[in-house]
Design a protein around this ligand. Sequence first.
Ligand code: HEM
Length: 206
Amino acid sequence: MAQKLLLRYKDNERMNHWFLALMFFLAGLSGLAFFHPSFYFFTHLFGGGAWARILHPFMGVLMVISFLGLFFRLWKQNTFTDADREWKKHMGDMLKGNKASLPPVGKYNYGQKMVFWAMTLSLVVLLVTGVMFWRPWFDGVFPIPVQRVAVLLHAVSAVVLVISTVVHVYAAIWVKGTVRAMTRGTVTESWAKLNHPLWHQEMTKK
Ligand code: HEM
């Protein structure tokens, strides 16, 4: 029997998400090229060192703008509740695959919310610090010692963003039936009941 489907993301939200993912990979690969000489070969993807250097900040800004598109739609659903604090205590059960003993969750669980805020914070730091040493546009605006601290914070927040994204992608693949939420826009009713029972109730009440 065909499974009943629930709409999780509209077309424009999915296009927004995949544009964001593309910008993340492009800004990430060009950034890695400057991170360590052993990654310098990535500059070939962008037309050489000079072009990678020119394009990297623009791709970074596009990544932040496209993240904002999702942020304004989803931040309310990512705020922490008492149910999340309770869920956090049972995180071990989630990792063991013992989902039945987890307190019911809404559209996003505690882990997803943590990833969402880690992405938000790291992108804010990447943007602010990146502008501080974006030559030639902001050349001379910030003193050299401030720019040096900015370079360090930029690298640290890039590492945080990459780790958050690795966790995000791993979790999306690990929880079967999740990836289709972002490819087709829909999830099965049984996926919703099992992983996000409060969201399922909300969606089927209407
Ligand atoms: C190949 C890479 C990626 C895959 C396979 C992927 C997959 C997914 C999936 C399946 C969802 C829906 C999860 C759900 O509704 O429960 C989702 C949501 C989301 N993704 Fe991705 N994603 C990728 C890359 C990224 C990147 C690079 C970012 C940000 C830098 C990102 C940010 C988000 C955000 C903000 C949401 C909304 C969920 C929330 O608010 O917690 N994704 N992604």
